[in-house]
Ligand binder design. Structure first.
Ligand code: CA2
Length: 144
């Protein structure tokens, strides 16, 4: 089984800025946590971060036919990107939307998620654990 872990704009700054919102763990720590969990569950993982919407669309398209699940934290593109919604729908790969914080508890403009409609679940406000919870959900779904 192979999972794609996608992170959108500014998530490379984890642990560097705004620790009160996003915690003190760095992006590297997140990658290690994801890799360790994947190894423990015996799944392959591809981790990718970009600040550019088109790059994220390209990565989703490239997953077609070779990836069993997508964990996506599209950052601010969550609230704006019909292109990412269309890409997720186009490939038809089971996807779980993850947010480190709870966007519903923040500014009103964060309450809309364009991606939710293409995802089997949304996990919010669980910090970095949300990523491994999303991976577990996709692994269990595949086993069913
Ligand atoms: O809570 C989340 O994971 C978000 O997807 C994070 C996005 C935000 O636009 C969404 O509404 C909710 C922002 C990611 C920015 O990440 C940073 C991390 C550290 C320092 C600065 C930004």
């Amino acid at each position: 089984m192979k999972l794609l872990i996608l992170n959108g704009p500014n998530l490379n700054l984890l642990g560097v800025r705004e620790p009160e919102l996003y915690g003190t763990d760095t992006y590297e720590t997140l990658c290690r946590k994801v890799r360790d969990f994947a190894a423990a569950r015996g799944v392959q993982v591809d981790i990718y971060q970009s600040n550019h919407e088109g790059d994220l669309v390209d990565k989703i398209q490239a997953a077609y036919g070779n990836t069993d699940g997508i964990v996506i934290n599209a950052g601010a593109y969550t609230h704006t990107s019909i292109a990412l919604l269309d890409a997720l729908r186009a490939v038809g790969i089971p996807a779980v939307e993850v947010h480190i914080t709870d966007p519903d508890a923040r500014e009103p403009f964060r309450r809309v998620s364009y991606l939710r409609a293409a995802c089997v679940a949304t996990i919010s406000g669980r910090g970095l654990d949300g990523y491994t919870e999303a991976m577990a959900l996709l692994i269990d779904k595949k086993a069913r």
